[in-house]
Design a protein around this ligand. Structure first.
Ligand code: HEM
Length: 393
């Protein structure tokens, strides 16, 4: 099933067709603009939920679950056309979250049978049996959504399922291929965004002076009398630098695509790499390399604040010193959508709240990492929130 999704499909006509369809119907500037309202609605819901959570717990809050559900709701809206209230539990959201979590867990587990193939028939870690159990559940879930869409008649496509169903001729996809592509968008678009937001908030809690500078910028550009709009984001240059610095120190996808292969026998650093070898780029190592970055372990957003006359550093794949969305043919097609979502949501969360350590005696933040498909905080961030603007809960 998964080899029919964009990220797993080998280079060829099928992969190119999928990239073209997704680029036009999901990731184009016009489509990103079209989904602005949905991002604003979800941002407001997040603010209300956080304000409630912190007022009932003496200010203490764990934001991870909320951010993950917000990100999933956002993808469910763009891909499946489904809208859910963040404040309430929904069986369908919980079911899909469980499937995404299980998928992440399976992809992030070191599978001994990849290295010792003779072990595979014993499936010692139970990975194969968990995969066999996950695939029919994903199939059932996504096929149900596809068949609901088939039952409705619409004049023009309003979500990505409609788009895939409307394809004709050589572009037409079979149902199993549609399931693979739809599931991939939900799967990839949810955690990357949520993981990055949690890292940014963690850094803001740890570096209060930098958070103050972001707050000052927000007060200057937006002012406290209104909420942030997406159109404000272009003027938030310091916040943009903060996000780039977090992408450098905590890239959510530290190992780039596993779809790159050596196409000829080659020698790298004196080692022979035969044609056909899977080549994985370690972006985390490049982004922490003292030969590339001054004070690589320090959190210094200023390094990304462009001086007068300088060209702004792009993190979208043209500069290989920092390419957290990859680069070249396999570059992340969702990079602009992902970055737009993260920047707007983070601007809102920081405009509405002060993010503080839960205890005034211990202001450290546990920055331990856990590598699954994304590299996330090993332990959920605990914070104390103070409202910066009056919010009615
Ligand atoms: C902060 C958000 C995100 C980050 C950091 C991120 C990161 C990445 C990275 C590092 C790759 C591999 C690129 C390479 O090897 O050159 C990738 C691929 C991919 N990403 Fe993202 N991503 C994000 C958001 C999204 C979103 C929102 C979607 C879709 C809704 C998405 C869909 C994909 C797909 C389909 C691929 C596979 C592309 C291919 O192999 O042709 N990503 N992403």
């Amino acid at each position: 099933m998964f080899n029919r999704a964009i990220g797993f499909a080998p280079y060829g006509v099928y992969w190119r067709t999928l990239r073209r369809i997704a680029s036009y119907h999901l990731f184009s500037p016009k489509q990103i603009k079209r989904s602005e309202t949905q991002r604003r609605v979800i941002a407001n819901q997040m603010v209300t939920c956080l304000a409630k959570q912190s007022s009932s717990n003496g200010g203490l809050c764990y934001a991870r679950d909320l951010i993950k559900t917000a990100s999933l709701n956002n993808m469910m809206c763009s891909v499946f056309g489904k809208e859910y209230e963040l404040e309430h539990e929904h069986d369908e959201v919980n079911e899909l979250r469980g499937l995404v979590e299980e998928g992440y867990d399976l992809l992030g587990t070191l599978n001994w049978t990849d290295h010792l193939p003779w072990l595979s028939e014993f499936d010692p870690q139970g990975i194969r049996s968990r995969c066999f159990s996950l695939v029919p559940k994903v199939n059932r879930f996504v096929n149900r959504i596809i068949s609901d869409h088939r039952d409705q008649t619409r004049d023009s496509p309003s979500d990505f399922v409609d788009v895939l169903l409307s394809l004709d001729g050589p572009n037409k996809l079979s149902d199993p291929d549609m399931v693979a592509v739809l599931w991939e968008m939900i799967f990839r678009g949810t955690d990357t965004v949520a993981v990055l937001i949690e890292w940014i908030l963690a850094r803001m809690v740890l570096h209060q002076d930098i958070q103050t500078t972001v707050h000052n910028e927000l007060d200057q550009v937006v002012g406290r009398s209104r909420a942030v709009e997406e159109s404000d984001v272009a003027s938030l240059t310091y916040l943009t630098a903060v996000i780039k610095e977090v992408l450098r120190l905590h890239p959510p996808g530290p190992l780039l695509s596993w779809a790159r292969l050596a196409i000829t026998d080659t020698i790298i650093d004196g080692r022979r790499v035969p044609a056909g070898t899977t080549a994985m780029v370690n972006m985390w190592a490049i982004a922490h390399d003292p030969h590339v970055w001054e004070n690589p372990l320090e959190f210094e957003p200023e390094r990304f604040v462009a001086k007068e006359g300088d060209v702004e550093f792009s993190v979208l794949g043209s500069d290989l010193r920092l390419a957290p969305f990859g680069s070249g043919r396999r570059v992340c097609p969702g990079k602009n959508l992902g970055l737009t979502t993260v920047t707007f949501w983070i601007a809102t969360l920081l405009h509405e709240f002060e993010w503080l350590a839960p205890s005034s005696d211990d202001k450290t933040v546990d920055l331990s990492e856990k590598l699954r498909l994304s590299c996330e905080m090993a332990n959920p961030l605990a914070v104390k929130l103070c409202c910066r603007r009056s919010i009615s809960v």
